[in-house]
Ligand binder design. Sequence first.
Ligand SMILES: [Zn+2]
Length: 270
Amino acid sequence: MTDGRYTTRSVHKLIDGISRLIKRIVPARLIPLLLTAYGRLNALLYRGNALTCPCCGGRFRRFKAYGAVKRPNSMCPRCRSLERHRLIWLFLEQKTGFFTDELKVLHFAPEFWFRRVFGRLPRMTYVTADLRSPLADLKADITDIPCDSEEFDAILCVHVLEHVQNEAHALSEVLRILKPGGWAIISVPVDAGRETTYEVETSSRAERLKEYGKSDHVRVYGRDFQGRLESAGFIVTREDYAAELGPDAVRKYALSPSSSIYFCTKPIFF
Ligand SMILES: [Zn+2]
């Protein structure tokens, strides 16, 4: 026996299975094309008017659930943006000249859709960096960035530091390659219930899973994250931007209501 909902769920499961298989067997350079095609198909399956994604402009009846503990309405079915990406996009659009100014930007571990859109902005010189991805312009370790000092106007570093053992070196490198007065958006998962960041000496994946809840994380950040950025030399403004946008926008774009943006500026007289 089938009904419409059962059939739709089966189609989604089949598509997700095919997606995972494709990622394992196709060359890396074809993955953006396939993700684009997969996103178009998903956009049709999820089409509706309940939610809007600011990143791809799509409108959907819901977003996909995502996360180790599944969060409903988390991932845009078309561009794969999560709550944090949608908030950062809105912030860049409404609070900075990111989409219009002539900027040289370095983006660590670039997300598929961001890379696609930012790489086409006519006034931007957009450079991507990643430790492993063959799609990045630079194969680079954030603790030893192969770029000149004061080379970039802006840097995006979203959910990278929680994977990096030597946070001090990473922040020092990000600061070094920024122009004086340049800015970075540095985002990590913050456990708001934790006053200070938790970190233990371990190199075992099993132990990390036990201590941090993720086998590839090296610490759990607490409310002292802003202080850690300031200690590294940044001037930090924490913008509680989801709250500033208000409940209607939080609903419309499916944002996390308590999410903040850490806007980190390199002092002019550094
Ligand atoms: Zn989207």
